[in-house]
Ligand binder design. Structure first.
Ligand SMILES: NC(=O)c1ccc[n+]([C@@H]2O[C@H](COP(=O)([O-])OP(=O)(O)OC[C@H]3O[C@@H](n4cnc5c(N)ncnc54)[C@H](OP(=O)(O)O)[C@@H]3O)[C@@H](O)[C@H]2O)c1
Length: 256
């Protein structure tokens, strides 16, 4: 029996590319998003591979439990959980609708946390020894600094990084690994969704394929944190040597 990778946000961008990599390296897939047509397109592209589609809006409270129950009802267990679904919102904090920011926190933080909570015990108990198993959480280089005009988004990604790094320590010796992927600007629908197409953030972007590839390889190697691209790695290191207020000013400048 093949191990299973469940990938959220597999209907486009980084998640779509990650799904292809996991399928081609021998995992059966459970792919999750709201856009059924795009998940069908992925399934078509992966003809000959095992791909199960679950359509689920992860911004709704209770979505993680509902998704876990659907997986269990199908008699499936999950060896790899890829928490990739997420989005950003650009603008002044008090001018972005609160309900939109609540939906973002629900997807980026709450559902990611709950899915990890539901699936971890099964990963620890799996009998598939030797198969890489664990969680690949998609954060961002935004995790390393405060982000004026995307305040909640940056904070949500800092949460993902902190949460994931804590789990790495908790899970030592269990065979379950946790990798945090921290991409910089990547050519996906992200900036359109965030209303951030006209910012300097989009001046230099990596392809979702490159980002997914580095994330996938890092996960298979059991790496703790993966920052794709030399430029992004240099920027992440530079923020360590800056004050938090200087780092916030840089992020603010980039958002204009
Ligand atoms: N692109 C970048 O520059 C960048 C940089 C750093 C980090 N990231 C992170 O990378 C991850 C993937 O984003 P991307 O760049 O690939 O953007 P994307 O092309 O917009 O993909 C986002 C994915 O998340 C899914 N999603 C969003 N809201 C959802 C909801 N309510 N319920 C279920 N699924 C939902 C989308 O599916 P549906 O719309 O079909 O539901 C889509 O598959 C995100 O966590 C993002 O924060 C992106």
């Amino acid at each position: 029996m093949k191990p299973t990778a469940l990938i959220t946000g597999a209907s486009g961008g980084i998640g779509y590319e990650l799904a292809k990599l996991f399928a081609k390296s021998g995992y059966a897939l459970i792919v999750v998003a709201r856009s059924e047509d795009k998940l069908q397109q992925l399934k078509e592209e992966l003809k000959g591979h095992s791909v199960t589609i679950i359509v689920q809006d992860l911004s709704k409270p209770g979505a993680a439990e509902a998704l876990y129950n659907k997986v269990r009802e199908q008699g499936r267990t999950v060896e790899v959980l890829v928490n990739n679904a997420g989005f950003g919102l650009n603008g002044l904090f008090d001018e972005i609708l609160l309900r939109d920011q609540q939906a973002m926190m629900q997807v980026n933080i709450q559902t990611l946390t709950e899915l990890t909570h539901y699936f971890l015990p099964d990963m620890k108990n799996t009998r598939m020894n030797g198969v890489p198993r664990g969680v690949l959480n998609v954060s961002s280089v935004a995790a390393f600094q405060p982000g004026p005009r995307m305040a909640v988004y940056y904070a949500s990604k800092a949460y993902v990084l902190s949460f994931s790094e804590a789990l790495v320590e908790e899970l030592k010796g269990t065979g379950v690994t946790v990798t945090t992927l921290c991409p910089g600007a990547t050519e996906t629908k992200f900036f359109e969704t965030a209303n951030a197409q006209d910012t300097k953030l989009t001046d230099r972007m990596m392809s979702p394929k490159q980002v997914a590839n580095e994330g996938f390889v890092g996960f298979i190697k059991g790496k703790r944190v993966v920052i794709p691209g030399k430029m992004n790695r240099s920027m992440a290191i530079a923020t360590k040597f800056m004050s938090r207020s200087a780092a916030a000013k840089v992020a603010h400048y980039m958002d204009k």
